[in-house]
Design a binder for this molecule. Structure first.
Ligand code: SF4
Ligand code: SF4
Length: 258
């Protein structure tokens, strides 16, 4: 079938567009298929919350991952293996993980043109009847309406990793470091076990109240995973070794003790 050629319009944060999506529209649900949805670590965290699955189960069942040329994992939502390639979360009444749907599903039909989010592209498809509704939003109002702020806040730390100058200078991750980035940020249950079932806190200087918060607070845990990843991938001082660990490191001639 020929792909639809949408009208593309550029917007800034405070310009208005007409759009509303709701169950009463004949096109309801028809767009939740045959799409490429890239997932951030926070998307996965939220989807685990809605589905009740562990991060490992969710990643195995609902995602596919490939590596970009620089070694950054690209995690995508896996569509159903049916004729229409429908999203596994779409049901007749709508999205079953609606309150925890991914960032891209919230932003639709608005696409930021850069990470600075100064300009946005809106693709007006004739088949999307939401553009014929009367409600108006600025892009800023749309983001509030779709509760994007908590996503932006949590994605900021991951963007700081994927857009790090390490990559801007043309460096790439080897397979081991790509796996580490994926496991720590996307497979949060693995990361929790890694912290609490090893001697991690004997080695790294982490405040006790943060350690306690991370036991039950996934958002805190994810933010901490960003810190750890930065210290390992880019040798940044986002985490401090305890004095004894530092002593051993110096005695070993700078190589980190295992
Ligand atoms: S209005 Fe657009 S986004 Fe909403 S269901 Fe229809 S096609 Fe999808
Ligand atoms: S996650 Fe929900 S909103 Fe996003 S494509 Fe799937 S069913 Fe649609």
């Amino acid at each position: 079938m020929k792909k639809e050629d949408p009208e593309k319009v550029l917007f800034t944060l405070n310009e208005k567009f007409r759009f509303e999506c709701h169950q009463g529209l004949p096109c309801f649900n028809t767009c939740c298929r045959d799409i490429s949805i890239f997932l951030t670590p926070y998307d996965v965290l939220r989807m685990c919350r809605s589905t009740g699955l562990s991060s490992q189960e969710l990643l195995e069942k609902y995602t596919t991952t490939m590596l970009a040329d620089d070694g950054i994992p690209l995690v995508m939502l896996k569509m159903r293996d049916d004729e229409k390639e429908t999203c596994p979360f779409v049901e007749p009444d709508g999205c079953v993980i609606y309150q925890d749907r991914p960032w891209s599903c919230r932003m639709y039909p608005v696409f930021p043109l850069s990470s600075e989010e100064v300009e946005f592209l809106i693709e007006k498809r004739a088949s999307c009847l939401g553009f014929q509704e009367d409600r108006e939003f600025t892009v800023r109002e749309w983001k509030t309406n779709q509760d994007i702020d908590s996503y932006d806040e949590m994605n900021k730390g991951y963007k700081e990793i994927t857009q790090h100058e390490f990559f801007q200078k043309g460096n790439t991750l080897d397979a081991g470091k790509a796996k580490l980035l994926y496991s720590a940020c996307y497979d949060l249950d693995w990361f929790r076990k890694f912290l609490f079932n090893t001697k991690f806190f004997e080695k790294y200087d982490v405040e006790n109240d943060l350690i306690e918060r991370m036991r039950n607070d996934d958002e805190e845990l994810l933010k901490f995973s960003y810190r750890w990843v930065r210290s390992i991938l880019f040798s940044e001082d986002t985490l401090r070794l305890k004095d004894e660990a530092m002593e051993k490191l110096l005695q070993a001639g700078g190589r980190e003790p295992s």
